[in-house]
Write a protein that binds this ligand. Structure first.
Ligand code: GLY
Length: 387
């Protein structure tokens, strides 16, 4: 079954005006309105720039399907050791990011800052979980071992097989859908214009601007920011063959959103687990929902939901938290994580006035504040060079 057949409408409606008309020109065009594009657009608009976001459906795609984990510790595995500082910096940047957003929207916006529990199901899973926790501790990250009794105090209702685990105190979680709506709203408050179309081609820079070709016409922009997630890149004739944007591959991930009524047990923590070697997570949301994720499979732009993957995910989820059996399924959805070959994001000015912010893979939400700040720096330094 296809993603759209099972995904309901966006439950929260942002207050922005979308247009099907491109301006003849603009200062900055951000191509892509996922978490990365929106964070960049908002940050640049707040700095006084004129920004247009071009996306057929902002706030959708992989960002809408995400777990929203701010897993600076959990997502620092052996392959990500070089990213530990960057993960920490962006995790810390969430506080001022949300303070600014709260001011713009005149309401308190918070993330869940209680920490994440990491557990393993069988003895092999537990050895793997302990091994990575020791590595994270050696990197200076805050991990604390909890025995089953301590886990029960923090998080009653874990599956019987779970014997011990770890508390990752610094990891948080943000409601991905709420923050996408808030960012779209805050973009609107700061004058960002949204145009619902896709960009097919970006021209070379001429007289300090680039032409963008879209199905509804052309526009020109002094600065173009490519934040297209896992979508196919627009055609990009770069001035120099040495200036390249890395390949971005889609990695499909299916999640299940479930709802637990007031009478069933709830999780207070994000719980991540290995289940016979398969990673699995449960991220609780305010109001009784939980996001169970996620499969991970490279098969191109295929958004189908496999019965086998879904069956396994539900089985794994109930092994960690058996009360899931009494939850109602709200939604099943697949998103495409965008990754580079190295799994490390690429945020660079690749040619004058052309910035790529791509390949955030499993960590779009964690890294959005740092990426937005980095792009704002690139815009500032590029402007200085051009003067
Ligand atoms: N960050 C969670 C996932 O990619 O599934």
């Amino acid at each position: 079954m296809h993603l759209d057949a099972l995904s309901g409408p966006l439950p929260l409606q942002p207050r922005h005006t979308e247009s099907a008309v491109l301006p003849a020109s603009c200062e900055i065009a951000v191509i892509g309105g996922g978490i990365i594009g929106l964070a960049i657009a908002w940050r640049l608009a707040k700095a006084g720039h004129e920004v247009v976001v071009i996306d057929p459906s902002p706030g959708q795609g992989a960002s809408r399907v995400a777990g929203g984990m701010l897993g600076a510790t959990a997502e620092t595995g052996f392959a990500e050791a070089s990213q530990v500082h960057h993960h920490q910096v962006s995790r810390q940047a969430w506080d001022p990011f949300l303070a600014d957003l709260s001011r713009d929207l005149e309401k308190k916006i918070e993330y869940a800052a209680i920490g994440t529990l990491v557990v393993g199901l069988d003895s092999s899973d537990l050895r793997a979980v302990n091994h990575i926790a020791a590595f994270q501790a050696a990197l200076g990250l805050d991990v604390e071992r909890l025995d089953r009794g301590e886990l029960d105090v923090k998080c009653p209702g874990l599956g019987r097989s779970v014997v011990s685990g770890w508390l990752l105190r610094d990891d948080g979680a943000i409601d991905n859908r709420a923050i996408l709506v808030d960012l779209i709203d805050a973009c609107g408050v700061n004058g960002v214009r949204f145009v619902s179309t896709q960009v097919d081609r970006i021209s070379e820079s001429r007289h300090g601007a680039r032409e963008l070709t879209t199905p509804i016409g052309d526009t020109s922009a002094k600065i173009v920011i490519v934040a297209t997630g896992a979508a196919r890149l627009p055609e990009l004739p770069l001035a120099s063959p040495s200036l390249v944007i890395p390949q971005v591959h889609p990695v499909a991930g299916t999640i299940v959103r479930l709802f637990g009524s007031a009478t069933v047990p709830h999780l207070d923590y994000t719980v991540r687990s290995l289940v016979y070697g398969r990673p699995c997570y449960l991220v609780p949301r305010k109001g009784g929902s939980v996001v169970l994720g996620a499969t991970s499979v490279e098969r191109g732009y295929d958004l189908h939901i496999d019965a086998g993957g879904l069956f396994q995910l539900l089985e794994d989820g109930r092994k960690i938290f058996p009360a899931l059996d009494d939850y109602a399924i709200e939604e099943i959805a697949t998103g495409l994580r965008p990754t580079t070959d190295s799994h490390i994001p690429f945020v660079e000015e690749v040619d004058q006035g052309l910035i790529a912010a791509l390949g955030h893979y499993r960590n779009g939400f964690l890294l959005a504040p740092a990426t937005a700040l980095r792009v704002a720096d690139l815009v500032l330094s590029g402007k200085r060079d051009a003067r």
